[in-house]
Design a protein around this ligand. Sequence first.
Ligand code: GUN
Length: 293
Amino acid sequence: MAARIIDGKAVAASLRAEVAAGVAAFKAETGAVPGLAVVLVGEDAASQVYVRNKNKAAEGAGMRSETIRLPAHASEAALLDVVARLNADPGTDGILVQLPLPAQIREGAVIEAIDPAKDVDGFHPVNVGRLWLGQEALAPCTPTGVMRLLAASGTALRGAHAVVVGRSNIVGKPMAQLLLRADCTVTIAHSRTRDLPALARSADVLVAAVGRAEMVRGDWVKPGAAVIDVGINRVPGAAGKDRLVGDVHHAEAAAVAGAITPVPGGVGPMTIACLLENTLKAARARRGLVRRA
Ligand code: GUN
């Protein structure tokens, strides 16, 4: 039987509508609207598209959104100045510095300069620590989106074996923690893992976040498993045009899995919806409207 396709576009649209309603309630309560600031250094084409989409989605949900652009040769000090100004600005609830940054700027220094209460990416060590301690935290958007997709697909998590392939700070590590919180037994696998296909085949929930096109093949998938494909890879397609594929060989895996996300239209749309949710959450927390641990 072919796998159910988990429709990320639909789940994201419903989350965006939920956030828009939350923004309206926030406005009624406080007279203000949540503000998101996105900082983009340089001209990277993919980053430009992401940043435009983030702003459009924020405005679509009724938030205030601004983009601060710095040239590719900007110094670390110049970027830290921008972060300091946004930290001090009462109208800015969420700050997102688009990664990757140019080589002359230390990513860690910039992330640590962001006020943890405004860190809607959930990358600051304070938020990472809170997440791992099981405390209330701003959690990274992509793994949060994956959890929502698993919930929407009706995947049972308690006691399930979840294998996360990839150990990045943005996806793999926080993904493992969120699955652990949901009572999965979690294995984090990576490029040095021995016999990765056999390990993957033992997963009830398989999350691929490695950035290697179609690495996960059909015979890596346990029959009936939920397969979440976080990858977005450009590969040469027909007629000289690029085509987007995930980290999973979709056709092969879909023949074996119980449920699977497509690329595009799976995890991708969820990331921005969760960013909006984090921005509303930060805005509420900053005004004491919700409990912070
Ligand atoms: N670059 C790729 N993914 C992300 C993300 O989730 N947040 C930021 N800030 N940059 C990214």
